[in-house]
Design a protein around this ligand. Structure first.
Ligand SMILES: C[S@@+](CC[C@H](N)C(=O)[O-])C[C@H]1O[C@@H](n2cnc3c(N)ncnc32)[C@H](O)[C@@H]1O
Length: 230
């Protein structure tokens, strides 16, 4: 267990890059959980990281709400957004759990399948050309990956097993100067709904010395890769 590090006071970036009105409208119309404030912070990070000229990668596509922002930023930067998901839903999205949406169940198989909704979302937003979707388990995809990324956004499973595997699988590929963004970081257990594994991963990233915190917007943390030793 990493030693807790105090959360530094976030430094707001003056005039951060913002999505155009059509990207913002598509984000707001998409099925998903991310509030607008966190979405704007994610877009700003993606736009900044995109200047490195390397791909942006998301773990946890769900129905494409946050992917729209990465795709919009990727389009502006002339890079590609990658998004990884097995599309069978996280633990808390399964039937009977708080975040379950019956519309995401495949009527033939009776199991969750968010891939069709994701594809419709991306098509409607006109962003298909800027995204490569990797359908499968994050650790399996990470094990095959071997090139630098401008940004890694971790928003997958919230168990320690999944969040840790996402960090260990993808964070090493963040290029020097690139960004690691972690969603659902809740330092206070009173605030969390789905577990504190993302918070533990965030602490581990800071304790590694390989990342420095750039900003905090609600539960979204943006860290910059500044060294080795993940
Ligand atoms: C919280 S949702 C992502 C929300 C999305 N980023 C958004 O803003 O709308 C988490 C997603 O992670 C996926 N997921 C969970 N564990 C995974 C794993 N080990 N590999 C791939 N996808 C996973 C789930 O299927 C689910 O769609």
């Amino acid at each position: 267990m990493p030693t807790p590090t105090p959360t530094p006071t976030p430094t707001p970036t003056p005039n951060p890059p913002a999505p155009g009105p059509e990207i913002l409208a598509a984000f707001e119309a998409a099925k998903g959980f991310m509030p607008v404030g966190e979405g704007l912070a994610l877009y700003a990070a993606a736009a900044e990281a995109g200047r490195l000229g390397l791909p942006l990668l998301e773990v946890g596509t769900y129905c494409g709400r946050s992917t729209i922002l990465l795709a919009g930023a990727a389009r502006e930067a002339g890079v590609t957004a990658l998004t990884v998901d097995h599309h069978r839903g996280s633990e808390e999205q399964q039937p009977g759990w708080e975040y379950h949406d019956p519309e995401t169940v495949d009527p033939e198989l009776g199991v969750m399948d968010t891939l069709p909704t994701f594809r419709r979302t991306l098509h409607r937003a006109g962003l298909e050309d800027h995204v490569v979707a990797l359908v499968g388990r994050s650790p399996k995809a990470a094990a095959l990956w071997n090139s630098p990324l401008a940004l890694v956004f971790i928003d997958g499973g919230h168990t320690d097993e999944h969040a840790t595997a996402d960090y260990e699988g993808w964070a090493p590929h963040v290029a020097e100067g690139g960004l690691l963004v972690i969603h659902d970081v809740f330092p206070d257990p009173v605030d969390e709904f789905t577990g504190q594994a993302p918070y533990r991963v965030y602490l581990r990233a800071l304790a590694s010395g390989a990342f420095k915190e750039l900003s905090a917007t609600d539960s979204l943390r943006v860290l910059r890769r500044t060294g080795d030793g993940i």
